[in-house]
Ligand binder design. Structure first.
Ligand code: SF4
Length: 690
């Protein structure tokens, strides 16, 4: 294919254009004519061959011939980091986010002796980091390690009964106990820990030579009889790149240990952060700070009190009585405040605390002291249990800390409520403003936040509390735009009020789904906005659709994955799923595994007290209307783009999406969607045209 290509980023230039659409470079006589950069990157052996590595002028850690806007991205990241700034970027599928972010960050970090902490949402994403590091290793000296928690890497306890349900805190305490015994040469230590020191040189050599995935490194260490978790911890400080799950930075306790292990003076100044799939990061940060107190925990703590010497939490007030009255107070609020058919009451004050203080004649200070005593006694009790060999934390410790957090959870950052589900009532403190991580990010001299669906970028930067100097950049996908088509219909919607007002709406949507699925002989994914909607329409679809059908099962990942692998093995089936569920994000469907998507409705988050509080907070902070935009429109658009993004994963993929919701007209530009009067006909034509 001959044509004009940008000299700077090697993108194909549309005829007559004044500047490059990818990197913005002006087009002049220096623009070159050459082979398409995509063919360059694939090499003669095609896409399945391992990528050829090469030295690239101007990007010393880029191991492949750059394509599309990759050089522009590298330059932008490099400039941001060199200037001590954060960069937030949306770059479409195929831009090679992992390799370009590593290439740019390594250039910055290696010169300054910094470590790169690469945050991934899933472990499989860290495998990709290791693969790219291996390629970089063919042209430059570089090292890296993928780290997971003890719950994935501990060979001593893995396989023992109840291991899966052990909390990281409990496992950490059990591990510490074993290590202390090993260090003191006592019986009951850990044989895997004992071998780490002697095997570490071999493990380091293996890591630096092979760039293993986290799982492969675990297997290698186990073969040597050494603990993978401890080996990784010891090797971190010798590595350039450390790939870890989000929680290693989002959890303050884990983060402090991580930074200490990196040998960067225990603070963030020697760290460059890369945050992959960043569209998930803010919700994960909120989730990290949110917590619940359920009746099972309260009952277990009361039982624990009764099984030991019942201490006083204040003169004359027994701990069991104090916790027992807390339980009664929760129940009383549930009875008083939650009416028939309701499931939630949002606290607008310290209702439970005041009730308890009045009952026991306590002031605020005495009340807080009582909670401190519960937590302290609980900690001692946990120690005792551990020494007895019981793999569990004291329930008193867990409850004591949760109550301390409950009392300090400010109403500006948390929505505190009492909820009821099938297991009874429970207290929920949902974080709406993840300040903790914002404070930390501001202490990092530079970070890279990237995703294929992050717009509007200033919303992300604002909500995460990044400084004003943060750079925001968007880069297009290098894949041919004609390989993707998105259409929507104008006569149905899943908006609840409209569905209620028009009894025929549901059936029109069901008929659309069936007709669309029948119109195309391709693997098809149908996305609903909720499990409820999927359940509602399932009956009609199962009767009228003649293809193989597979269904995502709520709260049953194994069954869903089994169904998914059968669907992927075929070529003319339909998989029914939910946007934002396990299938809509993070799973690649290359080639013919997926060609067609039907999106049933726009996935605006359902109204909830948390959503309302967050929306009011953003209105107040950023101006009227921003609450709705940030809390409803932006998440809905990101979910839809993620769903549509499943269609095109390689430069040869072709795919089409149909959105069954007239409200799409408001977002047509963002989604690059056009109105269709005959969606089934248009879909059939799109694939026949091939
Ligand atoms: Fe498990 Fe390693 Fe701790 Fe031993 S040292 S208990 S193998 S994590």
């Amino acid at each position: 294919m001959q044509g004009l290509f940008c000299k700077r980023c090697k993108s194909l230039l549309p005829p007559g254009s004044g500047k490059c659409r990818s990197c913005g470079a002006p087009v002049d006589s220096t623009s070159v004519s050459s082979q398409s950069c995509l063919f360059d990157a694939m090499g003669e052996a095609g896409p399945s061959a391992p990528p050829k590595t090469t030295e690239v002028e101007g990007a010393p850690y880029m191991p492949y011939e750059p394509r599309g806007c990759q050089m522009a991205i590298i330059e932008d990241i490099r400039n941001a980091l060199n200037g001590g700034r954060h960069i937030v970027m949306e770059s479409g599928t195929g831009t090679g986010k992992t390799i370009v972010s590593l290439a740019a960050s390594l250039e910055h970090a290696k010169e300054r002796g910094k470590k790169i902490v690469y945050l991934t949402r899933t472990i499989s994403q860290s495998d990709q980091v290791m693969r790219e590091l291996r390629s970089i290793g063919t042209i430059r000296q570089v090292s890296g390690i993928a780290v997971t928690g003890r719950n994935k890497s501990c060979p001593l306890y893995r396989g023992s009964p109840g291991f899966e349900s052990l909390s990281p805190n409990v496992l950490s305490m059990m591990c510490d106990e074993r290590k202390q015994k090993s260090t003191r040469g006592q019986a009951g230590g850990c044989r895997y820990f004992d071998r780490v020191k002697t095997e570490l040189p071999a493990i380091e050599e293996y890591c630096k030579k092979e760039f293993p995935t986290s799982e492969a490194l675990d297997r290698y260490c186990e073969k040597l009889g050494a603990c993978p978790y401890e080996a990784k911890k010891a090797l971190m400080r010798k590595m350039d790149v450390i790939a870890v799950p989000y929680v290693h930075i989002l959890s303050k306790d884990i983060r402090v240990n991580l930074l200490a292990n990196l040998n960067t003076a225990g603070d963030a100044t020697g760290v460059v952060l890369i945050i992959d799939e960043a569209h998930n990061f803010i919700d994960s940060a909120r989730g990290e700070e949110s917590f619940e107190i359920n009746s099972r925990l309260i009952d277990s703590a009361i039982d624990e009190c009764n099984s030991m010497k019942n201490a006083d939490v204040a003169p004359g007030i027994k701990m069991a009585d104090f916790i027992g009255y807390f339980k009664n107070s929760v129940r009383a609020v549930a009875n008083e405040k939650i009416g028939l058919g309701q499931r939630e009451y949002v606290f607008d004050g310290d209702f439970i605390e005041e009730r308890m203080m009045a009952k026991f004649g306590m002031g605020r200070g005495d009340f807080i002291t009582a909670l401190d005593i519960i937590a302290e006694i609980g900690e001692e009790r946990s120690q005792y249990l551990m020494e007895k060999g019981e793999a569990r934390l004291s329930e008193l410790e867990t409850l004591g800390h949760a109550l301390q957090n409950w009392c300090s959870a400010s109403s500006r950052r948390f929505v505190r409520s009492l909820k009821i589900d099938q297991d009874g009532e429970y207290l929920s403190a949902a974080c709406i403003d993840p300040v903790e991580i914002s404070v930390f990010l501001r202490s990092v001299p530079g970070s890279v936040h990237m995703s294929g669906t992050l717009q509007p970028l200033n919303q992300y930067a604002r909500v995460l509390g990044l400084p004003e100097t943060t750079r925001c950049r968007t880069y297009p996908s290098p894949f041919p735009p004609e390989n993707r088509k998105v259409i929507y219909v104008g006569d149905v919607t899943t908006r609840q009020a409209d569905m209620k007002a028009d009894p025929g709406m549901q059936n029109r949507i069901e008929r659309y789904i069936v007709n669309l699925c029948e119109s195309v002989d391709k693997n098809t994914l149908v996305f609903f906005t909720s499990y409820n909607n999927m359940r509602m329409m399932r009956h009609y679809i199962e009767i009228h659709l003649s293809k193989d059908m597979y269904w995502e099962e709520a709260r049953n990942l194994r069954k869903t994955m089994d169904a998914l692998s059968q669907f992927r093995a075929g070529r003319n089936g339909v998989f029914f799923s939910v946007m934002g569920g396990s299938v809509a994000e993070g799973i690649d469907f290359p080639g013919d595994e997926l060609c067609f998507a039907v999106i049933v409705g726009i996935p605006f988050p359902p109204p909830s007290p948390e959503m309302q509080a967050m929306s009011a907070m953003y209105d107040e902070r950023y101006g009227a209307g921003k609450g709705w935009l940030y809390c409803s429109e932006v998440p809905a658009m990101r979910k839809m783009k993620q769903a549509i993004g499943r269609l095109i994963r390689t430069e040869t993929d072709r795919g089409m999406a149909v959105i069954l919701d007239s409200r799409t007209s408001r977002y047509a530009k963002q989604l690059d969607a056009s109105l269709s009067e005959d969606p089934a006909g248009d879909s059939a034509k799109f694939f026949i045209r091939r």
